[in-house]
Design a protein around this ligand. Structure first.
Ligand code: GLN
Ligand code: ZN
Length: 784
């Protein structure tokens, strides 16, 4: 017998992306075609203004579902999930199922159609989209439900049932997957105008009747299993939140009778109290755990698992691209089988495969040795199957020994191991690195050299990336133009950007980053230990995907990465030109990271490489160096008890990069989020000379930190306008913002800059916006 396989959702994420690009064209005004979608559009003879009919979208979607179900069937999978397909996002699907449409979308009831659905996801001409936020600690974003006491819930999307029936008509009996009612509410936020303290869980009584309707329709359609995803169980929950689970499933118990009910958790351990609550839930027959990220779960299961229940053991990593260590997983599974009994153990991936790349088959250019170490979604399913067979005494010896060989080659490969780097990084643990002088003294020293006005102006790094610029980079990569032509074209672009900034009278300049298409990829391509996929796309949100680099080995820097461009840029102006680097924590958090050593070790290695770059920039005469840590915050672990450890090594890694510079060298950093109130002390501990930070969408949040008395002595530039919007802010508006900041921050530490890089904006927006920004700074200087 082949064991059931669970969670192989969205196996064909690539076609999924194609699908989303159609829906993108359908339900939003034409957006600029990003390179990754142009291929699809070209293949179909479609230009980016083409609006396909809704039927096309439905057809692509159905084909995609069918192909996934077929692949699972062919693999001999017993429990094939359904309702895992989404036009945009599963949480939004649940909002649709519950009819919880915010009133501003003027939905009039009935079954929710594309118009209402995509308006919620992306906004329409008159109403903006609902808020989007990160799905736990992944890079996937969901649409946040907005709920209050007045929401009239109704059963408004039959998608779960329709998909179940669709599969059934193809002869596939699936396990429909729903986001569990408690997780849904815990991920919601109080609607506009509703008190922040509104008890969202009080809506349980209102949504459960709709869950009951869905369940009864699924039963009537012939379902024998149902899965509820309740991943919030891995977070730090209060007792009243845990009680909500008990209450919800007790309430659903009679509706669920006759069904096998699976509750899935993922992304971390389920804490001991939650484990107790979970395994005691009424009417539930199976529990799923992430055994890759959950390092304590095994102990909890050993300590007591309810008899007669199924255990869905997530031993194959759904969040990474590494081949499983089959021998080690099999031994874990055997231990578990000893606890839960034969026939009650289900082999599974640790989470949905939405968060990994799709299929190694698409990687024709990847080095074969590295490829043998990897498993994308399509390969992970095969691994799960192999493990299940192994457990059942039908071990595929050839498959297992090939896997063991690959594991061994990965361990010993000289491409993975660089002893000097390992030693240097190991020496950093438990040590401390700080610049010798404190920040106020350093700022004084730097000011003598830089001689900047008060309220100095600067930008975050990138300038608009034109189609022409992308073409030049692409042609150089494809060797269609010579190195010389490329260098000249980039230098010309830099000189244009320098001139614009001088004309605008900005104080500290940037070179505009025309040579980079991505702030991580650019460095990864030049560092040892990184590999790049051709098609390893992972969905970030809607039709947006990212292609994270793979860090497979010890990281080192063969040669300087940015010195050539930075010195070229500096030679074009007398004003200070910022060196522009991506920090180690951001490079780490936006990559697929090796799993054969702790994350902090990899981070330290990257830090040492960036340190070399910082020092080379300094030697080359660059006196202001910005080290972006855009992603520092998003690396925070899900469990609070792990925050301190993460922040400690992350902040340490940042300090390592610039501990070797002289007092006269000014170190900037930049962060892309405004809610830093809870980590402000770690940010201060980074000890940068100047931090620029996204702010303009939430002035109050940021300023309240300082109003509450946090002492901040370093330079700080809270963004004075939102670069995510094409809107051009007026001088008065910007001056007003700066004045608000001056009320809580010392005049001599305040910088004036936009929220983030200008890469996605047009020159027609950037020039007047920056002009007004400089005008506002100048106006205020005369008044201070
Ligand atoms: N220096 C980068 C830029 O301006 C920073 C981008 C970011 O913070 N995401 O594009
Ligand atoms: Zn940013």
């Amino acid at each position: 017998t082949i064991f059931p396989i669970n969670n192989a959702y969205n196996l064909f994420a690539k076609s999924r992306h194609q699908l989303l690009s159609i829906s993108n064209a359908l339900y939003k005004e034409p957006v600029p075609v990003t390179p990754r979608f142009s291929l699809f559009r070209k293949n179909n003879g479609v230009s980016h203004c083409w609006i396909p009919p809704a039927e096309d979208l439905q057809k692509v979607a159905a084909d995609l579902r069918i192909s996934i179900w077929k692949q699972m069937t062919d693999a001999g999978i017993k429990y094939i999930p359904s309702n895992t397909f989404s036009y945009y996002d599963q949480v939004l699907d649940t909002t649709a199922m519950l009819g919880a449409v915010p009133t501003r979308y003027s939905w009039t009831g009935g079954e929710i159609g594309f118009d209402t659905y995509f308006s919620m996801a992306r906004g329409n001409a008159s109403v903006p989209a609902m808020e989007m936020t990160k799905w736990f600690d992944t890079n996937y974003h969901f649409i946040v439900p907005e709920l209050g006491p007045d929401v009239k819930f109704s059963y408004a999307s039959h998608k779960a049932v329709d998909e179940y029936k669709e599969a059934k008509s193809l002869g596939v009996d699936t396990v429909p997957v729903l986001i569990g009612p408690v997780t849904y509410l815990l991920l919601s936020k109080p609607a506009k105008g509703v008190e922040k303290t509104f008890p969202l869980l009080s809506l349980l009584d209102k949504i459960l009747p709709i869950y009951k309707e869905v369940i009864s329709e699924l039963k009537a359609a012939g379902a024998s299993w149902i899965q509820f995803d309740e991943p919030t169980l891995v977070k730090d929950l209060e007792s009243h939140q845990l009680e909500a689970f008990t209450k919800a499933y007790a309430e659903l118990e009679s509706s669920l009778s006759g069904l096998n009910v699976l509750i899935e958790t993922y992304f971390a351990d389920v804490p001991a109290d939650a484990f107790k609550t979970l395994t005691a839930l009424k009417g539930v027959s199976a529990f799923g755990f992430d055994l890759v990220r959950g390092t304590q779960t095994l102990e909890l299961i050993k300590g007591g698992f309810p008899s007669g229940k199924y255990l869905f053991a997530g031993v194959v990593d759904g969040r990474n691209i590494w081949a499983n260590d089959l021998a080690s997983s099999l031994s874990i599974l055997q231990t578990l089988e000893g606890i839960v009994g034969k026939g009650k153990l289900v082999v599974s991936t640790s989470s949905s495969l939405l968060h990994t790349a799709v299929d190694l088959v698409n990687e024709t250019k990847l080095d074969t040795e590295i490829k043998s170490w990897l498993a994308f979604a399509a390969q992970k399913v095969v691994e799960v199957n192999a493990l299940a067979k192994g457990l059942a005494g039908q071990k595929d010896e050839a498959f297992f020994s090939a896997n063991a060989e690959a594991q061994a080659s990965r361990k010993s490969s000289p491409r993975v191991n660089n002893e000097a780097v390992q030693k240097a990084a190991a020496a950093l643990k438990g040590s401390d690195h700080r610049r010798a002088t404190n920040v106020s003294a350093r700022l004084d020293t730097q000011q003598k050299k830089l001689n900047l006005p008060i309220l100095p102006t600067t930008t975050i790094g990138s300038f608009p990336q034109t189609i022409e610029l992308r073409r030049v980079r692409r042609e150089y990569k494809a060797k269609k133009i010579s190195e010389e032509e490329y260098v000249n074209a980039i230098k010309e672009e830099i000189s244009k950007v320098v001139k614009i900034q001088e004309e605008l009278d900005i104080d500290v300049l940037v070179h505009g980053e025309p040579e980079r298409n991505d702030m991580v990829e650019y460095f990864g391509e030049q560092l040892s230990g990184f590999a790049f996929t051709a098609n390893g796309w992972v969905q970030s949100y809607g039709s947006r995907c990212v292609k994270p680099p793979i860090i497979y080995g010890d990281v080192s820097r063969p040669k300087p990465m940015t010195v050539f461009w930075s010195t070229a840029a500096q030679s074009m102006t007398k004003r200070p030109m910022k060196g522009m680097l991506t920090g180690p924590v951001t490079i780490l958090n936006w990559s697929f990271v090796r799993n054969d050593q702790p994350r902090f070790e990899t981070c330290y290695q990257i830090a040492l490489a960036i340190k070399d770059e910082v020092e080379d920039l300094e030697k080359a005469g660059i006196t202001v160096i910005q080290i972006d840590e855009a992603a520092l915050r998003e690396g925070l672990p899900l469990r609070k008890s792990e925050h301190a450890f993460y922040l400690d090594w992350a902040v340490h890694s940042f300090r390592i990069t610039n501990v070797g510079v002289q007092d006269t060298t000014q170190i900037h950093t930049h962060m892309c989020y405004s809610n830093f109130n809870d980590i402000i002390h770690s940010i201060i501990d980074m000890d940068a000379d100047v931090i620029t930070i996204e702010n303009s969408r939430s002035d109050e949040k940021l300023l309240s930190v300082f109003r509450e008395g946090v002492k901040y002595g370093a330079g700080i530039g809270p963004g004075v306008y939102d670069i995510h919007s094409p809107r051009i802010p007026s001088t008065e508006e910007i001056a007003d913002r700066i004045n608000k900041m001056l009320a809580v921050l010392e005049t001599n530490i305040l910088w004036v800059n936009p929220d983030c890089g200008l890469k996605t904006r047009k020159y027609a927006e950037v020039k007047p916006a920056l002009q007004n920004m400089v005008a506002a700074a100048k106006q205020l200087r005369t008044q201070l």
